[in-house]
Design a protein around this ligand. Sequence first.
Ligand SMILES: [Zn+2]
Length: 317
Amino acid sequence: MPVGYDAGRLYADAIVEVPVTVYPPGQGPDPDRTAGIDLGIIHPYAAAGPEGQGLLVSGRAIRAECRQHLRDRKGRSRAAAGRAPKPGERGSRRWRKHRRRERKTGARHARRVRQALHEAAKEVISWAVANRIGTLAVGDPRGVLHLKAGRRHSQRTRDWRIGHLIRALSDKAEAAGITVHLADERGTSSTCPQCARRVPKPAGRNFTCPHCGLAGHRDLVAAASIAARGPGSGIIPAVPHGPGITHRRAGAHLPGVHPARRDPRRRPPSRPAPRRHLAGTGPPPTPPHSGTREVARGNARNTQARDNTSRTYELVH
Ligand SMILES: [Zn+2]
């Protein structure tokens, strides 16, 4: 068993043979039932299957983790920049401590994201098994990775870990008895699956075809188009909408996701945030007490002022 060392931790790689899942007759994945998978940054996996069934896995927690890690890392390097050794100089103890902390937090970040992506892939396979889908057509977007896109988008693309997304899905699919086919995904998010005409790429999440009026979630529209590029008959399934869409989140274990949305690593706000209901939930807002008191005090001052003026008026006259 190969043993390695990474950022202060020993690890062992275990290679084991896992049997392919056996299903009761007539309940296993059907190779003729195909789902298309669109890989994305907002939604690591979006799947469109037969009978208008769809799955959206949200990657919000993963993106938050990446963003927070980058922010923390920038802050630490800014703080330690003065301790950096000059060329040819041996780093100081504090500098080496800083470097060690960087390695540890970097490794922890990678483990967290890796775990979250595995969870996301598992959601897809569970969904596919529940819908008896035997073939997954996965749009392979790796052609865009070499394009120059500026430092912000390049960082986003790196955080995406597209190779890992594909590998994790393929491994789990194989163990579940599902076949994975990589398909060319070019144009799937800008082509209408109903009338096959080019549509300007939507800026938001909603896809609307100006030619035939088809509307749906952008990633599910792309997934439906990808499904037709699988090895099957090439029929584009109906774009999932409404109750046919299953929503899942990846990375429930990540800091700040559960139970509080606030990242515990962030400094608490100096002033507690006003307690408000989320839009559309809870009872209608009652006027805050401080406001009424303010009004009352204002009135009192006004009456007093009026009294004063009347008194002075009386005193004068
Ligand atoms: Zn159309």
